[in-house]
Design a protein around this ligand. Sequence first.
Ligand code: ARG
Ligand code: ZN
Length: 466
Amino acid sequence: TRRSSVLRREAVVAAIPAAVAALLVAAGPAAAGPVGTSGAGDPYFPLAGNGGYDVGHYGLTLGYDPRSGHLDGTAVVTARATERLTRFDLDLSGLKVTGVTVDHVKASYRRAGQELVITPRHSLRRKQEFRVAVTYSGTPKPVTDPDGSPDGWIPTDDGAFVAGEPQGAMTWFPADNHPKDKASYDFTITVPDGTTAVANGVLRGRTTSHGRTTFRWRQSEPMASYLATATVGKFKVEQYTTADGLKVYNAVDPREASAAAPVLKKLPSVLAWESGVFGPYPFRAAGAIVDRAPQVGYALETQTRPLYDSAPDLSTLVHESAHQWFGDSVALTTWKDIWLNEGFATYAEWLYTEQHGGRSAQQAFDALYAKPAGNDLWAFAPADPGSGAHIFETPVYSRGAMALQKLRTAVGDRTFLRILRTWATEHRAGHGTTAEFVRLSERLSGKDLHPLFHTWIGTAGKPSSP
Ligand code: ARG
Ligand code: ZN
């Protein structure tokens, strides 16, 4: 859900760096009437997402030619206005837009940086549902994140590795590109025969004609745009249904197949263990994509079907699987809260290890606490990385997990597990904030936990006692 108005737009402009504000202003002369903002109000990524509407569904029809790297797309975005709107934005980086309609009527549009600014023929009423169709094409290219890593549509020798955290969704479809606005998705992806296109959710069909194969995927549970994928390549595909009725689809780069097989075989048992600890798995589909080509240096918890740039080890599989609860089902409302994703997924690794004959979570904590005050681990507070450049650094992951271990020792195992489970249940298919997590922990434990959280997630530097 999002709110915006001309007034709020000024507030947002005031809150962001001057250079970006200049960009916002450059986005055009004031329209005659209320306009949707060019950002969702995230201080780390001021232009990510947009104001004035809420997306319910994306229907993406894509054709990709791995040889030329050319993408043809049509995006049908169904949304609801949260304000009266004479104009609104979608996020799109690169590519050429060839037409936009709003409720089947041609709309005017222009590009301004990553903003696709759309002026419908008729203004939209508050609460009005509307349908935007955007046709576009071109050679998608990844964006470079503030931390230097490539993000988005990353071409490979046989297709594309498509990972969008935090910003990359806009490199391949026009989006309200912020996790605040989750939506369901349908994907129809056409690729040359012999090539596989893997997206999120359930495979609904696969048809071949004239040397091209079309894959239809449906992600029915709400999903943040950064978790969408449409990874294309030559893959070994494995499909089965688990004892719990989960539809598993694994697509594996043949070069990684033998290394990946033993770990992927454990996916059902990892998900079953996590369901036992965190509550029911939040989706109807599962699986993995292993695509070696680009070696981006990270894995991503793409919803229902995490993406790995090489055969994962068991800990990474546990980590990305845990994100299905923490990050995917329970999503962020601001990137600053990233420890709610990474600290929790890291803690899941610790707990898995502890319950499978390895070192205890307390031992993992102790090993980290032994690091000297000057170590990167203590560089900033997990709940305050400071900017988008630091959201994937060790304080977020390791110190975030340390905070959960502190919580566990403060409230006891039973209450701790009840907190994790209640968090996943109460915010399922929705969102959660750090403040809400602190409140929940206090409610279920009956303890004042502000000092603990203040020290362990709110303060930079090494805490004076473990
Ligand atoms: N969320 C991913 C993980 O499971 C990390 C993504 C890193 N992305 C990036 N652009 N650096 O840890
Ligand atoms: Zn992670």
